[in-house]
Design a protein around this ligand. Structure first.
Ligand code: NCC
Length: 277
């Protein structure tokens, strides 16, 4: 085993899942008109200049955190679904580089994916799990939510946009990494949350990732989201997604100097990419 694999096994396991966006050259999209909708650009510009990244979970306990300024110092800021910054800048910052969105958000009319300003002028990485052992052809006809229609509308409306689809096979590989980490404790066969998918997607592009309020801090307040009043602890500890296993694995990846202080007091998990240690 390499040095990294010996000392940072969970970070390596997450990297090995190879979570990625679909490209034009990928089978079967290289033979389908649909594949020509994929942007030619890379996921991020100037990847060599990326030094630090922040991932902002949507957790209710971000409310009152005053972490906005800290979040905005990062070169890349990742957010999820329709989580707003407007009105919450003090706690969550105002910079957004990329949004990871699930297929419900792309599909359901209330989110207005193809028009809402929140999905404009940022990189989009949309995902849908499809069937566990399904081919990509199957996925095109049997996604959990048909994200393809609105993706096409969006890409035609904004041809310069950086809007990508996440390879569903890579989502299930990440689930397998989670299962490897969990060992003999079986995790449910549902895909990881957008948060964990986002971490796996970002890590190969970023030497240092600060994941904010993912592992719950002492601010824990029972709220589902920082942007709504709904009380629901399942948002934090999991019901459908294997969220508890994800968070244990993420905590195992933590490299912050004074780790308890950083994670539980400030709500910041610091993860370093193994090759840059
Ligand atoms: O709630 P959601 O997640 O949009 O949150 C984004 C990511 O933040 C982390 N999170 C969130 C709340 C919380 N209390 N603790 C957290 O750690 C998680 O990592 C989460 O992934 C999703 O993952 O896409 C999810 O999306 C929602 C929902 O579809 C969208 O918000 C749109 O309304 C799902 N909720 C429902 O379907 C009701 C949620 O299960 C997963």
């Amino acid at each position: 085993d390499s040095f990294e694999e010996q000392y940072y096994p969970s970070t390596c396991l997450v990297m090995e899942a190879g979570v990625r966006v679909l490209r034009r050259k990928d089978e079967p999209f290289n033979k389908l008109p649909f594949g020509r909708l994929f942007p030619r650009q890379k996921l991020f510009r100037n990847i060599r200049n990326i030094k630090t990244c922040a991932i902002v979970s949507s957790a209710g306990s971000l409310a009152g955190s005053k972490l906005g300024r800290f979040i905005d110092t990062h070169d890349i800021v990742m957010r999820f679904n329709h989580a707003p910054t407007e009105g919450h800048e003090v706690d969550v910052g105002s910079k957004t580089t990329i949004r990871v969105v699930n297929s419900q958000v792309v599909t359901k009319p209330e989110f207005d994916f193809t028009r809402a300003p929140i999905f404009r002028n940022v990189t989009i990485a949309a995902w849908d799990p499809g069937k566990y052992n399904g081919t990509l052809e199957d996925w095109l006809t049997s996604a959990d939510y048909d994200l393809f229609t609105n993706y096409e509308i969006y890409r035609r409306r904004y041809p310069k946009s950086r809007a990508f689809l996440i390879d569903p096979h890579s989502v299930w590989r990440l689930w397998q990494s989670l299962q490897m980490f969990a060992g003999n404790r079986a995790i449910r066969r549902n895909p990881p949350s957008s948060g964990f998918i986002g971490l796996a997607l970002l890590l190969p592009h970023c030497p240092q990732v600060d994941f904010v309020e993912y592992v719950p801090s002492t601010r824990l307040n029972g709220r589902c989201h920082y942007y709504s009043k709904e009380m629901n602890s399942a948002c934090t500890f999991g019901s459908w997604h294997p969220l508890a296993a994800e968070k244990l694995m993420a905590l195992d990846m933590n490299m912050a100097e004074d780790d308890d202080m950083s994670v539980f007091q400030f709500g910041i998990l610091r993860i370093r990419r193994p090759d840059k240690l």
